[in-house]
Design a protein around this ligand. Structure first.
Ligand code: ZN
Length: 190
């Protein structure tokens, strides 16, 4: 995450140190002694299906403005993981999903995120761009813009999805995505 300068509790400056009884450096407030723990964030999203098509969104925001993605975003407090996926689909594509089931979970440690992606039925096949999307589209497999996918994890999700679909059955997949030194990615399923 970003370097923290000031305590969100009292506004005084923080510094990095290993708190007593801990084994990692944390941001600790020099004034009120609050320890500001940082933990991975959960991103949740959806492959919304309609007949043999899926819903994709073209991003209207940075990062990766103009590239294609599946509706997904950070989970909010006060919602379940699945509700978060449905909410993101509503926000980014004005679309409703039902019959949702978990499709994949990826740990991406170099960005401190866990991605959870669901499959769901796109109700009525209806979608339109939300404020974070330039456009939405219902795409068949041969229309997927593989060269213009915003994030590696989304490309991997789609790859797995079409592998499963060809085999006529969907599993739930768990994997670790790592970035190699040369900038390429590896995916380790387990
Ligand atoms: Zn403080």
């Amino acid at each position: 995450g970003m370097a923290m300068k000031y305590c969100s509790t009292c506004g005084e400056s923080v510094h990095l140190k290993v708190p007593e009884g801990d084994n990692r450096r944390r941001y600790v407030c020099q004034s009120c002694q609050t320890i500001h723990y940082e933990n991975p964030k959960i991103v949740t999203g959806c492959i919304a299906e309609y007949n043999d098509r899926i819903l994709m969104c073209r991003r209207a925001i940075e990062p990766r403005h103009g590239l294609w993605t599946l509706p997904a975003g950070f989970m909010e407090n006060g919602e379940t993981n699945r509700q978060g996926a449905a909410r993101e689909t509503a926000e980014e594509a004005n679309a409703e999903v039902d019959d949702m089931s978990l499709f994949c979970v990826f740990s991406i440690k170099h960005i401190n995120q866990v991605y959870t992606m669901y499959r769901g039925n796109l109700v009525g096949g209806k979608a339109s761009p939300g404020t974070e999307s330039l456009e939405t589209a219902l795409l068949a497999e041969d229309e997927i813009p593989w060269r213009d996918i915003a994030f590696q994890v989304i490309a991997e999700t789609l790859k797995r999805y079409y592998l499963d679909r060809r085999q006529g059955r969907f599993d739930t997949h768990y994997g670790d995505i790592d970035k190699r030194d040369d900038g390429s990615f590896s995916v380790d399923y387990y």
